[in-house]
Design a protein around this ligand. Structure first.
Ligand code: ITT
Length: 196
């Protein structure tokens, strides 16, 4: 069975493809199918937004679709930017602009605890749906470190490894990341679903 990955974010696409193919799940990108569906993320939770994207791409592609909605939740910002992580600071900013804004907004702040959250949703053409979630705890670094990954990775510090996500290899990141954990949980649920 082939799944379309319901994301237009190249960083996510790369990580999701690598993790899912490791579990033997065959995936294609919306680009491979010539699909460009812009889904309005009107949900208030990661799970709601993931399901909105999975349903829309499933309908457009006629294939089961797997979506990821994720974000960085910072304690000192009352859990923000959270579901607004991709839009933090407005449309004009790139990844670096967003994490530099975050560092500025946390200047002088000693409470640095944060976590990444990821919701995975899968929608099948027949109407069946699966969901899974994952989380990774860490802190916000005082300066960016590392060139790996995407998004906020250079400023997300994992105390156990004494490195930011940006300093990890793709494999090291996926072994502990919110996305890696959510997809591992999803693959288990998918296996149970496909047996039925
Ligand atoms: P799609 O909706 O097309 O999947 P998006 O980038 O708009 O792409 P989200 O709405 O889920 O996706 O926003 C998630 C944002 O959270 C993403 O753009 C990054 O800024 C951040 N983010 C999520 N996972 C991350 C990770 O593993 N490393 C760094 N930043 C991450």
């Amino acid at each position: 069975m082939k799944f379309v990955l319901a994301t237009h974010n190249p960083g996510k696409l790369r990580e999701m493809s690598a993790i899912l193919s490791q579990f033997g799940v065959e995936v294609v990108s919306p680009g491979d199918l010539g699909i460009t569906v812009d889904v309005e993320e009107t949900g208030t939770t990661f799970a709601e937004n993931a399901m909105l994207k999975a349903r829309a791409i499933c309908e457009a592609a006629g294939l089961p679709a797997i979506a990821d909605d994720s974000g960085l939740c910072v304690d000192a910002l009352n859990g923000g930017p959270g579901v607004y992580s991709a839009r933090y600071g407005g449309e004009g900013l790139d990844d670096r602009g967003r994490y530099m804004l975050l560092l500025n907004n946390l200047r002088g702040q000693t409470t640095r605890a944060a976590h990444f959250a990821c919701a995975i949703a899968c929608a099948f053409p027949g109407g069946d749906e699966l969901t899974a979630e994952g989380r990774c705890d860490g802190t916000i670094a005082f300066a960016p470190m590392g060139e790996g990954g995407f998004g906020y990775d250079p400023v997300f510090f994992v105390p156990e490894l004494k490195k930011t996500f940006g300093q990890l290899t793709a494999e090291e990141k996926s072994a502990i990341s919110h996305r890696g954990r959510a997809l591992a949980d999803f693959v288990k649920k998918l296996a149970t679903y496909l047996k039925k």
